[in-house]
Design a protein around this ligand. Structure first.
Ligand code: SAM
Length: 214
């Protein structure tokens, strides 16, 4: 098992995080034990962050104490792996839908470095008082206005880095994904430095991960 980023491990083209709560898994993922440690398989078909890492992401700045604002946290599949990494940090998870949020709240009861925020990510002013200084903004929201949501939150919370999972088909169904991704790149490049842009197929079709320095 080789540590490829802080808290992220790789073996046989599979990605793992070290389980913060040994003996428990979150979404049916495989657990393997090595010595006294337990590792959770990070499924790239269930998590775009894992897909980006498997597709060769070179920059992944999460540290033990990172503070992350996560927009579109759903039931916490990806966030649970972030929680394995940022052990002494915090993940604020924003979700608009009740059903996944209910599951996420349960997960937050077990994992003390995650906090649930039921809210609309397009209205950051409604939850800004709940979020203390963050380093990183992560977004996975399949909405037409996903770029506006992302930039609004960047402006509100001034993170050092941001990562957005862009779903082409949510922005426009009739345009070629490549064209949409280029337009998104141009839009973001006006104000931020794009560090990497990685297409996520075959794990997530017509999606691109963009990581940027604010
Ligand atoms: N990121 C999750 C993961 O990897 O475990 C999956 C996220 S899923 C693709 C997108 C989520 O965004 C859905 O749960 C959806 O309810 C949520 N969402 C959509 N619009 C939103 C908004 N305006 N504010 C907050 N959450 C939103």
């Amino acid at each position: 098992m080789k540590e490829i980023f802080e808290g992220v491990y790789k073996e046989n083209n599979k990605i793992f995080t070290k389980n913060l709560l040994p003996g428990r898994n979150v979404y049916g993922e495989k657990i393997i034990k090595i010595g006294g440690d337990e590792f959770r398989a990070w499924n790239p078909y269930r998590s775009k962050a894992s897909a980006a890492i498997l597709k060769g992401l070179k920059f992944f700045p999460f540290k033990n104490k990172s503070r992350i604002l996560y927009l579109g946290v759903a039931n916490g599949t990806t966030a649970s792996h972030f929680s394995d990494i940022v052990i002494d940090g915090i993940i604020y998870g924003v979700e608009i839908a009740f059903k996944p949020m209910k599951k996420f709240v349960k997960l937050c009861e077990e994992r003390k470095n995650m906090l649930p925020i039921m809210g609309d990510a397009s209205k950051p002013e409604e939850y800004e008082k709940l979020v203390e200084k963050i380093d990183f903004l992560y977004q996975d929201i399949a909405q037409k206005n996903q770029i506006e949501i992302f930039t609004k939150n960047i402006e509100k919370f001034s993170p050092k880095y941001g990562m957005i999972m862009v779903k082409a088909r949510s922005i426009a169904v009739n345009q070629k994904p490549k064209k949409i991704f280029e337009e998104v790149r141009k839009k973001l490049e006006k104000n931020y430095e794009i560090i990497e842009m990685i297409e996520l197929s075959p794990y997530a079709k017509d999606h691109v991960a963009i990581i940027l320095k604010i």
